[in-house]
Design a protein around this ligand. Structure first.
Ligand SMILES: [Zn+2]
Length: 208
């Protein structure tokens, strides 16, 4: 069985969403394109935006990863401005937004109002209250490797509605199949059903 990897950085994985590096040429499989807070080049931001718009080909599945990161030295106001610009692009091109967020969840929630397309928090690994607030605000959550060993995260996943999550490897070196197996166990559903559910979720976010 093939398992969809919602967010990854590995060129050898075709069944998933490959996150383009800044200024990279897109591959011939699904990808996301965006400006990560860490990659914002204030002196060159207009050019970075042009790159985004010019590289949005047929296989572009989503905008991102983009968002807010309190650990990145770039000024928060600038991060917010660049995030907002990307949300506007997502509205224009009608593609979902894959969100990178570090310690800025309530700011990200406040930006949801500006988004007309689904927003997915990738690499979710925080407390239950934050998960609940995100879900209540109609975000999707994408879970990664931490689910394999983090019991409180497993507990959060257990109560996350089936139609509200995705699974990803991100930068981590492990097989996505391992995560699907773990999650099918946590949710008490078969691997087949889980696989089908994730494909259905993809379909849902693709259609806004
Ligand atoms: Zn990533």
């Amino acid at each position: 069985m093939e398992f969809f990897d919602f967010h990854h950085h590995k060129k050898n994985i075709r069944n998933g969403i490959y996150n383009l590096d800044i200024e990279q040429i897109p591959p011939d499989f699904p990808y996301s394109i965006g400006i990560h807070p860490n990659d914002i080049d204030i002196a060159d931001i207009d050019h970075q935006m042009v790159w985004m718009k010019d590289m949005m080909f047929q296989n572009c599945f989503a905008i991102g990863e983009c968002g807010l990161d309190s650990l990145v030295p770039t000024d928060q106001k600038i991060q917010e401005e660049v995030f907002l610009q990307q949300i506007r692009i997502s509205n224009e091109v009608k593609k979902p937004v894959i969100v990178h967020c570090v310690r800025k969840f309530y700011e990200v929630i406040s930006f949801k109002k500006k988004a007309e397309q689904p927003m997915i928090i990738h690499g979710f690994n925080k407390k239950r209250q934050i998960a609940e607030d995100l879900l209540a605000n109609n975000f999707h959550l994408s879970f990664g490797k931490a689910v394999l060993y983090n019991l409180s995260l497993q507990d959060i996943l257990k109560t996350t509605p089936l139609d509200k999550f995705f699974l990803e490897t991100d930068n981590e070196d492990f097989e996505i199949e391992e995560l699907y197996l773990k999650v099918s166990e946590i949710k008490g559903i078969s691997l087949d059903d889980l696989n089908e559910q994730i494909l259905e979720n993809l379909h849902t976010i693709k259609n806004g």
